[in-house]
Design a protein around this ligand. Structure first.
Ligand code: FAD
Ligand code: DHB
Length: 391
């Protein structure tokens, strides 16, 4: 089998890349280990930066997002006894949208299906070969058990943090940076109207809490917990009680309304960056090349920004034999990756408690500065609402 771009992974990066390439008339085949149903139901990110929304609009994927998503002007920052609203539109001229990764993935899946995209879901044993030649190829076993060889001009590694692409870049070529944070998030999805109009990021001596949402009837909330926390230790009532304490239930007339929990999971938190994001004819995008801790909601937006750079680079390479953008791809993408890596680390370390009383005093001092100074608030707003693609 032959295609122009073999795309490994049908997460947001892989699906959006296939969409952007097809708008340029470039063929791709998408390989995915999971089923389409699994990928579309996987609960992950929920916040889209303005540049992500503008891109989705520009490529015909903004209709349902505009109808069912919810535009937010900013967030609340709170700590015991204080609550401050940061208005990103006033501060940085940009908003964010609440629209789940599940919905982005469904919109992309539908658009690709309508365009006749060739997909292989449920594949196994994916491996990449001959990456430093101009005839690279991928081998995999299809869901029917057939061994397939897919020849391509280029391979796009959009296979997340557990896929084979990252490992295909030899150690002698790559450099990696990693930080594992000493806490995890316990995330819940609940069938209850959000108790807030905008997201609440809360610092508390017991640990960080976040009140997010998915729609007018579905709330998404997170609690900082110990790494490797056993979810069995967290019955629903304990989760709601702890969220109420950390988010400030009863203060200034604000109340948290609990409801039935429909999903519960513990997420580890780490930062990871691999450089370069290219090896020969293999180009990495999204979580395959970098992971950020979720505080600050950057993971999905970074994956989108990567492929927004990669699609024109591959188009110029394959259609005009011009490799300038492809040669610059890794450096260009990594500028934003490191900006978001810093922002996610900064939000994480400002809001999660470590038990060290000196750290706690510094965190509260920083929160007061961010909430009380226009310069501090603008820095957070500019990064959270998102810098322009290609910054
Ligand atoms: P992925 O979405 O991971 O897609 C990669 C795809 O490749 C997957 O579908 C995978 O099955 C497939 N794949 C893997 N191996 C192979 C193979 N061998 N062959 C073929 N296919 C393969 N970000 C936020 O901003 N906010 C959040 O709240 C948030 N929560 C998260 C919760 C979890 C549990 C995780 C894991 C991530 C979360 N993120 C969050 C991060 C965000 O979801 C990711 O940054 C985003 O999904 C990146 O998209 P991607 O397409 O690069 O990777
Ligand atoms: C969500 C996740 C985040 O990491 C974040 O910073 C904001 C919102 C969410 O899942 O809704």
């Amino acid at each position: 089998m032959r295609t122009e771009v073999a795309i490994i992974g049908a997460g947001p990066a892989g699906l959006l890349l296939s969409h952007l390439l097809s708008l340029e008339g470039i063929d791709s085949v998408v390989l995915e280990t999971r089923t389409r149903e699994y990928v579309e139901a996987r609960i992950r990110a929920g916040i889209l930066e303005s540049s992500t929304v503008e891109l989705l609009d520009a490529v015909g994927l903004g209709d349902r997002l505009r109808e069912e998503g919810d535009e937010h002007r900013g967030i609340y920052l709170r700590w015991p006894g204080e609550r401050h609203h940061l208005d990103f539109v006033d501060l940085a001229g940009r908003s964010v949208w609440v629209y789940g990764q599940t919905e982005v993935t469904k919109d992309l899946g539908r658009a690709r299906e309508e365009a006749g995209q060739e997909f292989y879901y449920g594949v196994s044993d994916t491996a990449v070969h001959d990456l430093t030649t101009d005839r690279p190829y991928v081998t995999f076993r299809s869901a029917d058990g057939e061994d397939v060889r897919l020849d391509a001009d280029v391979i796009a590694g959009c296979d997340g943090s557990f896929g084979p692409s990252r490992g295909a870049v030899p150690d002698a070529v790559k450099r990696t940076w990693e930080r594992t944070y000493p806490y995890s998030w316990l995330g819940i999805l609940a069938d209850v109207a959000p108790s807030t109009d905008e997201l609440i990021y809360a610092w508390h001596p017991n640990g960080f809490a976040l009140h997010s949402m998915r729609s007018e009837t579905v709330s998404r909330l997170y609690l900082q917990v110990a790494p490797g926390e056993d979810i069995a230790e967290w019955p629903d009532d304990r989760i709601w009680d702890e969220l109420a304490v950390r988010l400030g239930h009863g203060q200034d007339g604000w109340e948290l309304t609990p409801g039935p929990i429909t999903d519960k999971s513990v997420l580890p938190m780490r930062s990871y960056v691999m450089e370069p994001m290219r090896y020969g004819r293999l180009f990495l995008a999204g979580d395959a090349a970098h992971i950020v801790p979720p505080t600050g909601a950057k993971g999905l937006n970074l994956a989108v920004a990567d492929v927004a750079l990669l699609a024109p680079a591959l188009t110029a390479m394959l259609r005009k034999n011009n490799t300038a953008l492809a040669d610059a791809y890794s450096d260009t993408a990594l500028r934003r990756v490191w900006r978001c890596t810093h922002f996610s680390w900064w939000m994480t370390t400002m809001l999660h408690t470590s038990g060290d009383p000196f750290d706690a005093r510094l965190q509260l001092s920083q929160l007061r500065w961010v909430a009380g100074s226009e310069a501090g608030a603008t820095g957070l707003a500019e990064n959270y609402a998102g810098l322009p693609i290609g910054m």
